[in-house]
Write a protein that binds this ligand. Structure first.
Ligand SMILES: Cc1ncc(COP(=O)(O)O)c(C=O)c1O
Length: 298
């Protein structure tokens, strides 16, 4: 009988798709947001975190009780901590010691062990050293094909179904690029003319979770041909739209999500009768201590 009830893992994915009501102004376009902050650990990263552990387990690469290691200070760390708790693994997260207190507390709450180091580079080096010393297995979300597969098998099909195949544009900010790779792969198989738009921070802008990758540092999972257009986004514009989303739409999210919606609003000026979907990666609570919500919106 209890088998009829879902587990917490079953609650990852199937997130709502909602339409913008005010920010878009008068337009023939339909502007839709995929609310990934509704995932149990609060971000789009719940999908790849569960996928990377579950698929490694299915291949026989790991088994419950093993130690997993990842260098990450962000949403992935929190999502991996949850996924490891669900699946019965020990999780070691290595991150710079300037990571925000609420993030560290969330990872610890899920039972992960935190190792604090001076920088992200040091974190990555230590993770690999620990793996070489036989202390655990590094998942490496930047090179792990089970990251984009999570979006190919869940996020993409959900968006296709929720728009009844009407989607014309997909917009996502790019960190590991797992989201945009997996969703693009699926959507273009259904409808090759769907426009896939990626977002990167402008030179000098700092937007948590996303990066402006130099060619030689592009994540291994990135395939340039899956992205039709890349938009550079400024920090101010991303933060302004993020605050307006909360105040004018009741949608409370992070800066990278504000950037995606800002890009969607720009694109909306260029086309008519389009159906656009942007990813809202996480919830705004995660950013309160940084003060981004304190500034005036107008
Ligand atoms: C806040 C935030 N936005 C955007 C992204 C980008 O997602 P992806 O890594 O799938 O490109 C991430 C990834 O960590 C993130 O944490």
């Amino acid at each position: 009988m209890s088998q009829h009830y879902p587990t917490i893992a079953d609650c990852v994915g199937n997130t709502p798709l909602v339409r913008l009501q005010r920010l878009a102004g008068k337009t023939s376009n339909t502007l839709l947001l995929k609310l990934e902050g509704n995932n149990p650990a609060g971000s789009v990263k719940d999908r790849p975190a569960l996928s990377m552990i579950t698929r490694a387990e299915l291949r026989g690469d790991i088994q419950p009780g093993d130690v997993l290691i990842e260098a990450t200070s962000g949403n992935t760390g929190i999502a991996l901590a949850m996924a490891a708790a669900i699946k019965g693994y020990r999780m070691i997260l290595i991150m710079p010691d300037n990571s925000t207190a609420e993030r560290k507390a969330a990872m610890t709450a899920y039972g992960a062990q935190l190792i604090l180091v001076g920088s992200m580079e040091e974190a990555r080096d230590l993770a690999l050293q620990m793996q070489a010393d036989g202390k655990g297995k590094v998942l490496d979300q930047f090179a792990n094909g089970d990251n984009p597969i999570a979006h190919y098998t869940s996020t993409g099909p959900e968006i296709w179904q929720q728009t009844g195949g009407q989607i014309t544009h997909f917009i996502s900010s790019m960190g590991t690029t797992g989201t945009i790779m997996g969703v693009s792969h699926f959507l273009k198989e259904q409808k090759p003319e769907v426009q896939i738009v990626g977002l990167q921070p402008m030179e000098g802008a700092t937007i948590p979770g996303i990066r402006r990758w130099q060619q030689e540092y592009l994540p291994k999972i990135y395939q340039a041909e899956r992205v039709d257009r890349i938009i550079d986004m400024g920090q101010q514009e991303a933060e302004d739209v993020m605050r307006r989303l909360a105040r004018e739409e009741g949608i409370f999210c992070g800066v990278s999500s504000g950037g995606s919606v800002a890009a969607m609003l720009r694109l909306s000026q260029e086309v008519e009768n389009a159906v656009m979907v942007a990813i809202i990666c996480d919830r705004g609570d995660r950013y309160l201590s940084s003060g981004v919500y304190d500034a005036a919106s107008h």
